[in-house]
Design a protein around this ligand. Sequence first.
Ligand code: NDP
Length: 435
Amino acid sequence: VRRNPGEPEFHQAVHEVAMDIIPYLADKPLYRDMMVLERMTEPDRIISFRVVWQDDHGGVQVNRGYRVQQNNAIGPYKGGLRFHPTVTQSVLKFLAFEQVFKNSLTGLPLGGGKGGSDFDPKGKSDLEVMRFCQAFMTELSKHVGPDTDVPAGDTGVGAREVGYLFGQYKRLVNRFEGVLTGKALEFGGSRIRAEATGYGVVYMMQDMLAHHHESIDGRTCVVSGSGNVATYCAEKLIQLGGKVVTLSDSSGYIHDPEGLTLEKLQWVMELKNKRRGRIEEYAREYGVEYHAGEHPWGVPCDLAFPCATQNEIDGAEARTLIENGCRAVAEGANMPTTPDAIKVLRASPGLLHAPSKAANAGGVAVSGLEMSQNSLRMQWSREEVDKHLREIIASIHAQCVEFGTASDGHVDYFKGANIAGFNKVASAMLAYGVM
Ligand code: NDP
């Protein structure tokens, strides 16, 4: 806290991991003496820079850009860029720290990083977004590269932004190389990358339930968010027979008791990606309820999928989920549950709860596969990429079971993911000696 003042999100993320790792290190004096956990909490470096761009009226705008290069012990830094007014150094440090564990769990050679800006793409014209992205990349290009640091999208950075960022990088360095993932298919993207995070969350839920001889078919699902992760999570749930009854955005949620269909979901994707509209419009289009300013966690469900943002389920909301009979939670967003909510969910006997670093690792996993395809100068089929994604999530589930199963057979997925993610990075850091 003394070294990182005013960074509550970062403290929260480190605390959550340390609570599992410190007891685990009780009989590992070498790891303790070599200060491995302490070293992992200190980013390799943080780059912060001024981003100046011109709006459509000729006015000059100033934002701050960041890249947190957290740890490259097992591969180049890898992690998304977030453009949102709530972006601070603390938020990006929490995301970069989590990313190290997540990337380790994928089994791919990927280090951890995260970046972004307090720029808000909402309400900006395409040209303004383009000018911002070009200005942002003009500085960021000095610090990234296909073997150094490979950013991707995150909140506020989708296909449009990745296109502008990649175009500017290519222009600056005069090389066509895989410096970003989440690219469009025409310039080196991977099939299934857009779907990967949402699909992966559902695959993780499938594996947790299968481990207990249950399935998604016929279960009522509450999903928050209506962006990339939420919509593809909903799509895979519907394909597997789940009944998705909610979606949300930062203004409120819609409740469709009949359940979304693939056609309705297609309408939402157009609304969000093309018209850049609000989820409230769904309520008018399909004649269902809209709850302004509320989260969807009061809607009774079997399975819950927070896919919007950090700390979107608090202790009281976690209690409501349990009282309504929720069986399992899989985290699509990063750190969507507050420490109180984690405590409540962990204390509920039998409830299955997959943390984000395990449940949403599908996105970065397919980003890793995009890097492999770029190096090979090849593009794999949908089936091929989906098969790899499925196997990677199954392996993450197996690691959680290996390190998180208690003597009574209950699987603590938080503990399992934290320890499994830690092990690989820690042993690489030990091999490098003191640095
Ligand atoms: P998008 O920008 O596509 O969508 C974000 C969604 O969450 C929107 O519906 C947005 O609503 C809502 N939202 C954002 N901030 C808030 C807030 N403060 N309160 C309530 N709702 C909010 O982002 P993604 O779907 O890509 O990302 C969602 C989450 O998933 C993030 O935590 C991200 O870090 C995580 N994630 C994403 C990955 C990816 O591959 N995209 C990979 C791994 C994790 P509104 O439009 O009103 O802002």
